[in-house]
Design a protein around this ligand. Sequence first.
Ligand code: PRP
Ligand code: URA
Ligand code: MG
Length: 209
Amino acid sequence: MTVKAIQHPLVQHKLGLLRQKDLSSKDFRELASEVSNLLTYEATRDLATETAEIKSWNSSIIKTNKIKGKKITIVPILRAGLGMLDGVLKLIPNAKISVVGLYRDEETLQPVAYFDKVVKDVSDRTALIVDPMLATGGTLIATIDLLKQKGCTNIMGLFLVAAPEGIKAVQEIHPDVDIYTAAIDECLNEKGYILPGLGDAGDKIFGTR
Ligand SMILES: O=P(O)(O)OC[C@H]1O[C@H](OP(=O)(O)OP(=O)(O)O)[C@H](O)[C@@H]1O
Ligand SMILES: O=c1cc[nH]c(=O)[nH]1
Ligand SMILES: [Mg+2]
């Protein structure tokens, strides 16, 4: 399993802005989208390429590179994952989208699944899960379980902020899944919120409280 905290200055700068108290939903959405875009760039760095021949501007035949093999399905986890979707789609505009809906029970912190619409050919695709927060890891583990049950074998996850506890939990159960995040934070508080974290990302993106 690769766990990569992206140190790029633009990512770190924008993450710092995201952490500010009293950020408007508009600003939170814009920054979440921009960081997601940059995380996508990093997470796709090692995709295999192959040579293709094309007719160039003066009609000569030249060799170019194109992405090889498995295509991608983006998997936003409702609700908060929707806040990352447009940033990812800007770089992978032709990706199919598989939506899953899970929320975390506030008392038990256990994930509750309420929706899934996964592309039929998910077994032929790389699944790119997007969710701003990886806290206890329960939501991510349940999402990976669901994708694997449907035949998906190649799975990566993009997060704005991840907690060490959640990364460890996912690593133990799904060691084959790669994780890309803008930050690995310190810990979870007694309510399962990441510290220093971002607060409730879903509420910030949707303006609910
Ligand atoms: O790692 P975990 O402990 O499972 O927590 C992480 C989950 O919690 C948040 O969703 P939330 O339950 O708040 O739902 P929402 O997106 O609808 O706000 C977050 O977006 C993750 O999906
Ligand atoms: O810190 C956290 C943990 C779970 N979900 C959030 O939105 N924030
Ligand atoms: Mg929420």
